[in-house]
Design a protein around this ligand. Structure first.
Ligand SMILES: Cc1ncc(COP(=O)(O)O)c(C=O)c1O
Length: 396
């Protein structure tokens, strides 16, 4: 099938919840994608921050194939080596953590919310309320929608689940004022991805950590978009030199297979006991084998440092480009999570780039977001930057 046939078929039978661009991809290699008509695209979206190793990385493919041949799935009433090894690796990375494995970002956050509530009921004097930030995004399930600080995602799905309070991001007094006798946790993204690549001021997360310590609150950090090296550190919170109590991962953890992980300090995770929570597919051996390969490749190929280095280079060049383009309000981000805020909708820029065979993304309506794979090289960055420059200059 060509692009047109795939799109026609999709329109006929798939629920229409995504604002799809008119392309059907059939294969990929490294940072390149190929559509059903044989066109090649440079991918600066990575399946929304998922394919951190690009497409077809031999180590990842081999790990998936080997594990698929050996054992595809068993129930979580049994142990498997890939899940045990992955939990161990994540626990060490986090430092004294215990890990619950699931299949998506929303599920990782659901587990974090349930854990915080259970901890509040068992060890925190019955507290249950979680304070989250305006402009945040934590997922599409009913609890994560209630945690999400953007009204538009909740519209039509009311009533929202109770037990959440939303305060402005990057505003410590507002956060402090929202903490009440029922508050058990604060939940934040270290950089708001869907909200338009919005970073807090440099001291904010440290100040939040201090507030949480003073008030015996759990600090939950949603690293679903920012984690796994994307911002130039394994976890984005490492830029602030703090430690959360619970961190959630998904997206690029398994390089393209569905996975979610909720990592909590052992003293908190201890309230989860048999029957507290679960997932049929959580800890799937193939997804876990993929995640172990991703962790190995990140280390061996120095990809976290590459994200830091190339991210700085791209930010610098984009800021130069922005000086010639009045439509650009701000260039921001960290590592390879980059936002170019415009004074108008970003979707036409995405469409221009797509015509020039560069895949990018628009978020928060007016922000052009770049999420290249962590394997990206300088030459590819330059190719992409040239296309983006043409698209942005075309706006004036
Ligand atoms: C910060 C953050 N949290 C949670 C999610 C939800 O993840 P998923 O779509 O895998 O449920 C996303 C997805 O974009 C995200 O960016």
């Amino acid at each position: 099938m060509g692009n047109a046939q795939v799109i026609e078929l999709a329109h006929r039978s798939q629920v229409n919840v995504y604002r799809c661009l008119p392309v059907a991809f059939v294969r990929g290699q490294g940072p390149y994608l190929y559509d059903a008509d044989g066109n090649r695209y440079l991918d600066f979206f990575s399946g929304l921050a998922v394919t951190g190793l690009g497409q077809g990385h031999p180590r990842l493919v081999e790990a998936i194939c080997e594990q698929a041949k050996r054992l595809l799935h068993v129930s979580n009433v049994f142990h498997t080596e890939p899940a045990a090894r992955l939990a161990e690796r994540l626990s060490v990375l986090f430092g004294d953590g215990k890990v619950f494995l699931s299949n998506s970002g929303a599920e990782a956050n659901e587990a974090a919310i349930k854990l915080a509530r259970l901890w509040g009921h068992r060890a925190g004097g019955g507290r249950f309320e979680i304070v989250t930030a305006a402009n945040s995004f934590h997922g599409r399930t009913l609890a994560t929608l209630a945690a999400t600080g953007q009204e538009q995602y909740r519209r039509g799905f009311e009533p929202a689940m109770p037990g959440f309070r939303v305060v402005p991001f990057n505003d410590l007094p507002a956060l402090a004022a929202a903490v009440g006798p029922q508050t058990v946790a604060v939940m934040l993204e270290p950089i708001q991805g869907e909200g338009g690549v919005v970073a807090p001021h440099p001291d904010y997360l440290q100040e939040v950590r201090v507030l949480c310590d003073r008030q015996a609150l759990l600090l939950i950090l949603d690293e679903i978009q920012t984690g796994m090296g994307r911002t130039g550190k394994m976890f984005a919170y490492q830029h602030s030199a703090i430690n959360p109590d619970i961190v959630t991962l998904a997206k690029s953890l398994a390089g393209g297979l569905p996975i979610g992980a909720t990592i909590a300090h052992s003293r908190i995770a201890a309230v989860f006991e048999p029957g507290s929570h679960g997932s049929t597919f959580g800890g799937n051996p193939v997804a876990c084998a993929a995640a172990l390969a991703v962790l190995d490749v990140l280390n061996e190929e120095g990809l976290v440092d590459n994200a830091a280095r190339l991210g700085e280079y791209m930010l610098e060049r984009l800021r130069q480009i922005a000086r010639q383009c009045p439509a650009v309000v701000e260039v921001r981000g960290k590592g390879l999570l980059i936002g170019i805020a415009l004074d108008r909708p970003a979707r036409p820029v995405v469409e221009h780039c797509l015509k020039e065979r560069l895949v990018t993304n628009a978020t928060a309506e007016t922000v052009l977001r770049l999420l290249p794979p962590l394997i990206v090289e300088r030459e590819e960055a330059d190719l992409a930057l040239n296309i983006i420059e043409r698209a942005l200059r075309g706006l004036n």
